[in-house]
Design a protein around this ligand. Structure first.
Ligand code: GLC
Length: 408
C-alpha cells in the first residue's frame, strides 16, 4: 500500500520499489510483495497497475473496482521495473529465495509480462512499447502528456467524485480538467475491452512511446537475462540480452534528439516527437552501453535539471514557463526518479555526483516525514506523507554498497 489514506490498495511499480527496500530488512516480505502482485496478472500477461484490497471500503479510492469492471484489478499497466526488483530481492537472500522457488515461480510470469508489452503494445510498429493512458507512465500528470491529452474531451467533473482531494492539497494535485480527461480515456479503454488491437480506432486514442517506460523495459530484460542464467537457461538469457539491446537501440534511434541532448516522448497517434524536458528523459541513464550518455549527463547537469545544485531530481524542466515546484509531476522531485537517476550516475561512473544525490535523497526523506514529492528548491514536502517507496528507497540508499552492486 503506497499510502494508507491516498492510495489504499496495491500499486504495480510501487510494489517493485518497496521490494528494493524491504529486501534488506525483511526479504520474505519483499518476496511476498512481488508474488502477491503477480497473482493478479492477467491471462494476456499484463500486470495491472492496481490490485484492489477487498477490505478497503469502495468509497476510499476513485476509480475503484466498480469503475474498471475487471474483477479485483484495474486494466492499465505501469512501468516494468519488476524483473529488476525480483533479481535484487533474490540476491539479498538467495537461500530464502531458493527455499520458496521464488525465481522459478516468477520467471515465467515476468516473461509473459514482457511478452504482453512487446507483442500487444507496439502500437507504433517501431519496436517500442506505447502507453495508452498517462497513468501507465507512472508520471501521471507530466507535461509530456499535455499535447496528446488535448485531443481528449474531459468527462464533466460533476460525473465523478475525486477522492484524491480528500487527502491532498488541490494545488499539489492535477486540475479537474485533466482529471476529467484521465477518466474519459480510462473509460474508453475499458469500453473497448482493454483491447490494444482495437485501441487505435478509438476516437480520442492516446498512444505514446515514453522513454522512461521503454528504458525500464530494456533494463528489465537485462535483469531477466541474469535470472535466466541463474536458472541455467543460457539460450533464454542470450535472447533477453538481445531484446534489451534492440530496445535500447530503438530508443536512441527514435526518441533521442541530438540537438537537445535529450530523450522525448513520441505521440504515436500524431506521429510527432515531443519537446518537453521531463524526468522520463533521464531514465535511460540506467542502461549500460548508452552511446548518448555523456550528452544526457550534460543536460542533467545543465540549467534544466541542475543535478547536484537542487534538492533531488526535478520532474520537469526548471527553465520552463509552466514549471511548478509543487504540482504532481510538473516540477517537484520524486524519490523513485531520484533513485533511478542515482543508479544511472553510478552506472556511468559519476560516483561523486551519485553519492551527493543519494545523501540528499536520504536527508530529504527524513526532513519531510517520507513525503511523496518535494520542492526542488526548498525541499518542502508535498503530497502525502509516510509514503511507501520514499521509505523503502531510503532503506536501499542507506545500504550504499548494495545499491552500487545493482549496477556492478
Ligand atoms: C500516483 C503516482 C504513481 C504511483 C501512484 C501510487 O498515481 O503518479 O506513479 O504509482 O501514485 O503511489
Amino acid at each position: 500500500m503506497p499510502s494508507r489514506e491516498l492510495y489504499p490498495h496495491q500499486w504495480s511499480w510501487d510494489s517493485a520499489f518497496i521490494a528494493f527496500g524491504l529486501r534488506h530488512v525483511a526479504p520474505e516480505r519483499a518476496r511476498r510483495e512481488l508474488v502477491t502482485l503477480f497473482s493478479a496478472q492477467w491471462r494476456d500477461g499484463r500486470v495491472p497497475h492496481i490490485l484492489f484490497n477487498p477490505d478497503t471500503p469502495p468509497e476510499a479510492y476513485f476509480p475503484g473496482p466498480g469503475f474498471w469492471r475487471a474483477g479485483r484489478t484495474s486494466g492499465l499497466i505501469q512501468p516494468p521495473v519488476h524483473a529488476r526488483a525480483v533479481w535484487a530481492t533474490h540476491r539479498a537472500d538467495p537461500d530464502g529465495s531458493a527455499a520458496e522457488a521464488f525465481l522459478g515461480t516468477l520467471y515465467p510470469r515476468l516473461v509473459a509480462w514482457h511478452r504482453y508489452l512487446t507483442r500487444h503494445r507496439d502500437l507504433g510498429g517501431r519496436g517500442l512499447v506505447s502507453i495508452v493512458h498517462p497513468w501507465e507512465s507512472g508520471m501521471d500528470n507530466s507535461p509530456a502528456w499535455d499535447a496528446p491529452l488535448s485531443r481528449v474531451t474531459p468527462e464533466a467533473a460533476t460525473s465523478f467524485t475525486r477522492r484524491d482531494l480528500d487527502h491532498g492539497e488541490a494545488a499539489d494535485r492535477p486540475s479537474d480538467e485533466d482529471y476529467g480527461r484521465y477518466v474519459r480515456l480510462a473509460a474508453e479503454y475499458r469500453d473497448c475491452g482493454y483491447s490494444d488491437a482495437r485501441w487505435p480506432e478509438v476516437s480520442d486514442g492516446f498512444s505514446v512511446e515514453d522513454p522512461g517506460v521503454n528504458a525500464l523495459l530494456a533494463d528489465a530484460e537485462l535483469a531477466l537475462a541474469e535470472i535466466a542464467d541463474a536458472l541455467a537457461l543460457p539460450s533464454a538469457a542470450a535472447a533477453h540480452r538481445e531484446s534489451a539491446a534492440r530496445i535500447a537501440k530503438t530508443l536512441v534511434d527514435t526518441l533521442w534528439d541530438d540537438a537537445a541532448g535529450f530523450f522525448f516522448a513520441r505521440d504515436v497517434h500524431a506521429d510527432v516527437l515531443g519537446d518537453k524536458h521531463t524526468c522520463a528523459g533521464l531514465i535511460p541513464l540506467v542502461l549500460p552501453d548508452l552511446p548518448v550518455a555523456p550528452a544526457l549527463l550534460a543536460t542533467a547537469a545543465g540549467p534544466r535539471f541542475a543535478l547536484g545544485r537542487v534538492r533531488g531530481v526535478p520532474s520537469y524542466d526548471l527553465t520552463a514557463a509552466d514549471f511548478d515546484p509543487a504540482r504532481y509531476w510538473r516540477g517537484p522531485s520524486w524519490f523513485n526518479v531520484g533513485w533511478l537517476v542515482h543508479r544511472g550516475l553510478v552506472r556511468h561512473g559519476e560516483v561523486a555526483l551519485a553519492r551527493r544525490l543519494g545523501a540528499d535523497l536520504v536527508a530529504l526523506a527524513g526532513q519531510t516525514g517520507f513525503a511523496e514529492y518535494t520542492d526542488p528548491f526548498t525541499g518542502t514536502g508535498h503530497g502525502t506523507r509516510s509514503f511507501g517507496w520514499t521509505a523503502a528507497l531510503t532503506l536501499d540508499l542507506l545500504s550504499g554498497p548494495a545499491q552500487e552492486a545493482l549496477v556492478a
